[in-house]
Ligand binder design. Structure first.
Ligand code: SF4
Length: 398
């Protein structure tokens, strides 16, 4: 009898009326955070999600450290952190700061005296790990000095170095324990009248990272620095970072980002910008849609995409371009993109804003697409944010 009822229910049409009342735009708004100034950047609020990295040199080796920061700057890095484990590292912070063009953050673990020393130099932010700084009195001393200097601080909670007492209480360094740790130190700092804080809740475990940031956002409006720590060696580390950071970014959380890669930090920058682009939290270049190709392929798609990528290099327009290899999905995707081409048998039809604008031979496709992109840009009044009408869904943020 029960089997019969479930079979009957399965044949009933589902009530889909609620779907028609849902927003057709899938993006969630940015989590509202307060603004904290770090050098010439304002972190939080509606400011861009800034891309950060960290040097791998001995900080006291000024030449090597400055050279690496310059390479990071050239790659687009917007905030840089250097480790300060010894007095000789603290002593060169003034010299490093003089020679670089982006805000300088000093990273302190274990020794609060290093934090106090570093704060004697013109750094733009201090990052401390409250779990290993040596207790609340020492933490308060660092807060007071940061406050006197008018400098912001990152409370960098890390699952690997959470206070023992919290680990014992929760059983292991889980998201609630990490959030409690962060809030405990935030409240200590607030009692000192200090509010220039940015918070990170990092772990090498993707699930822990995602839940820790989501949970923290329910309690606080302090901006967050997001990252999956110790992600390891690329390319897996980039995939792992994207797996952890995309859900957070799509929830509207995250105000600065770092992709932690083993080795040279310069590739961290492109990886961070790609994750921001894919999640549409910070679009700084055209979005190119291409199919994987299959036996139906009607044009040399790989060559066309390679040419197009090369000729679009450096372009910042948030235009969505679709180039598909045959008529299966080509027209549908081309209509949905800002500029699209539906190919078939060595030729193609170009769409602009969903309308067919011209027919081209395969050899002319790249030139024609670039001409259409130029017309589209002109129509938009140049490199401007999308108008959110459902077609242009890629907001351009600085
Ligand atoms: Fe294959 Fe055409 Fe789909 Fe490309 S668009 S994967 S060529 S079916």
């Amino acid at each position: 009898m029960r089997l019969l009822i479930s079979k009957i229910n399965m044949t009933q049409p589902r009530d889909l009326s609620a779907l028609r009342h849902l927003s057709p735009h899938p993006a969630k708004p940015r989590h509202k955070t307060r603004e904290v100034r770090v050098g010439d950047k304002v972190v939080g609020g509606s400011n861009p999600v800034w891309v950060q990295s960290m040097t791998t040199t001995d900080t006291f080796d000024v030449e090597a450290t400055v050279a690496q920061i310059k390479r990071l700057e050239e790659a687009g890095c917007e905030l840089v952190r250097v480790t300060v484990p010894k007095p000789e590292d603290a002593r060169v912070l003034t010299e490093i700061k003089k020679r670089i063009g982006i805000p300088l953050i000093c990273d302190i673990h274990f020794d609060y005296k290093m934090a106090l020393m570093a704060l004697d130099h013109p750094v733009d932010k201090i990052r401390i790990n409250p779990g290993n700084i040596g207790g609340s009195d020492r933490f308060r001393q660092v807060v007071r000095k940061a406050k006197d200097r008018g400098l912001p601080m990152r409370i960098g909670v890390n699952a690997g170095s959470l206070e023992r007492e919290l680990v014992e209480q929760y059983g292991f360094p889980c998201p609630p324990a990490m959030v409690e740790s962060a809030i405990r130190y935030i409240e200590m700092a607030e009692k000192e009248g200090y509010h220039d804080m940015i918070v990170s809740l990092k772990s090498s475990d993707v699930l822990t990272v995602v839940e820790a940031y989501r949970l923290f956002a329910k309690y606080c409006d302090y901006p967050t620095h997001i990252g999956v720590t110790e992600a390891g060696k690329p390319p897996y580390a980039v995939t792992k970072s994207a797996s952890g950071l995309a859900p957070i970014l799509l929830d509207g959380i995250g105000d600065t980002i770092r992709i932690s890669l083993l080795g040279d930090p310069v590739p961290e920058i492109a990886a961070a910008f790609d994750i921001l682009q894919a999640t549409q939290r910070r679009v700084r270049k055209p979005e190119l849609i291409a199919c994987p190709t299959c036996g139906r392929l009607a044009i040399d798609l790989e060559k066309i995409i390679a040419d197009l990528e090369k000729r679009l290099e450096g372009k910042k327009t948030p235009v969505k371009i679709s180039v598909l290899g045959c008529v299966v999905n080509g027209p549908g995707e081309a209509r949905e993109a800002d500029i699209g081409i539906a190919a078939g048998n060595g030729k193609g039809v170009i769409f602009r804003n969903g309308e067919i604008v011209r027919h081209v031979q395969e050899a002319e496709m790249v030139d024609a697409l670039l001409e259409e992109i130029a017309i589209w840009e002109k129509d938009q009044g140049g490199e401007k944010p999308g108008n959110g009408d459902g077609r242009t869904r890629l907001p351009l943020l600085k």
